[in-house]
Write a protein that binds this ligand. Sequence first.
Ligand code: SAT
Ligand code: MN
Length: 589
Amino acid sequence: MATPLEKWVEEQARLTRPARIHWCDGSDEEARRIVEIGCREEKVNGQPVFQELNPDAFPYSYLHRSHPTDVARTEHLTFVCHPDREEVGPNNNWLSPEAARSRMRVLTDGCMAGRTMYVMPYLMGHPDSPYARACVQLTDISYVAVSMRIMTRMGRPALERIGGSDDFVKGLHSVGDFNPERRFIMHFPEEHFVWSVGSGYGGNALLGKKCFSLRIASWLARSENWLAEHMIIIGIEDPRGRITYVAAALPSACGKTNLAMLESTLPGYRIWTLGDDIAWLHVGPDGRLYALNPEAGFFGVAPGTSLRTNPNMVKTLQAGRFYPTLFTNTGLDVSRNAPWWEGLDETPNPRLDWQGRPWKEGAGPAAHPNARFTVSAQNCPTLSPEYDNPAGVPISAIILGGRRTSVAPLVLQSRDWLEGVCLGSIMGSETTAAAIHQVGQLRRDPMAMLPFCGYNLGDYLGHWLRMGESLKEPPAIFFVNWFRKDGGGDFLWPGFRENIRVMKWIIERTAGGQGNGAAETPIGLVPERSAVNLDGLDLAPGAWKELTAVDRNEWRAEITTGREFLAQFGDRLPTRVREGLDRLDRNLG
Ligand code: SAT
Ligand code: MN
């Protein structure tokens, strides 16, 4: 008797008609065989899927050049398909499940002809964790098959968890013909199913990542009383050896990976990495909030990564422990056969751009601004020993943030959970190259979840408020902004490794240091100068004042535009958020 899993795979194969079906075991050996196929047989846009890089510079590493139109998430082609449009909310593109199905059936009919269908059973979360979920993704390209091995726990434990049941998250993926006109990422939350065609790019194609662990998981989390968030998880060790765990949400390409692996410039402080993109947060038996990272690897932005900005990421990329590491759409330093990107801080050598064309000075960036690496967490020298803890780690602070050239202070602490949720609901960030849209536009991105919350964002804010009530003592909520600039357009704060100074203040605030070190503003607390260690920093005169300034007029305007953004959620916006914003507005005078 066929199991529900076998039946489902058969059904998908009848639709997509692959030449062969390969059931993945997630082994090292298998990954090597699939990479070999990507190097020798498969092509994207006329070029091999993988090209081996110099193992002396980057062991086990391969360069992948994507189809030129397939370089970032495509939010306008991403849909949530549910019978009730209101449930999905204006924050998502909507289609009825029937309409989506018929559109996708046409696009996937025979789409795997002549190709291999990879069947990938995987877990999001540790096999011993009660919070882990079993999933199966199908794909027809080596790049995605190998990426999923890096990013998830693939193989036997997932099959064991599924057994003869129908209880697994389903993902059908095909790169189709890479035509953006025939590219869609469809989510069916009621069926725990994601159907994606036409793109091989991370968030569009690695369906365990944003599609399941955020969009579908947010539906599960709402009904099961937990949170699926776009957050890093780190432990901050102080000189006494005490570790405080925090979770931080920042939009894509705003420095999450750098913060997750930060190498401290303050003696005695150290960061332990648990996750760089996604956190699942549950109420523990003691009433505290516990976080775990469902992923097994990092899919990070390459440009700007260097020994100066993120030495631990460079070490991770060069560790050569887990096979393989992938570089996507970086440039290539031909003389060393090594990946190259802007900000690598190495002398430019003759190189090719991200499409493999000769690159010339002044011809624009060699690496695509959203060039990425895909690397196992096992390679990370700062990986926390708690990373595999099936229960997760207790969270003392939640950090929310964005990329703001003005208005938002370096760091601000909300006075309570409600105020934090209210400010989080209108938080803004300037857009980046991580999604296809105009870069540098300010957009409201509540909790950095605008592109990832799978249901009505008004309801989502209500869920946050309920979560606060489920916790014995909700974590303190902070806001950070590393990107404020002065009148001349220069960054006021050095950022990167120096951000440890802000993190130190944050953990001191959570450890009973409530009485001192902070000054009241109408919207929350900012650090006093004396409370932050600025030794050895070369801040411009007046910079600290500007960094911590909360301008009443700017913030009144901020709340006004925030309210305008929230108006689209109508009655779904919790009254308490509406009233909380009114109160903040009144505080501003
Ligand atoms: O492409 S991903 O969604 O995985 C990365 C990101 O944009 O956060
Ligand atoms: Mn992300």
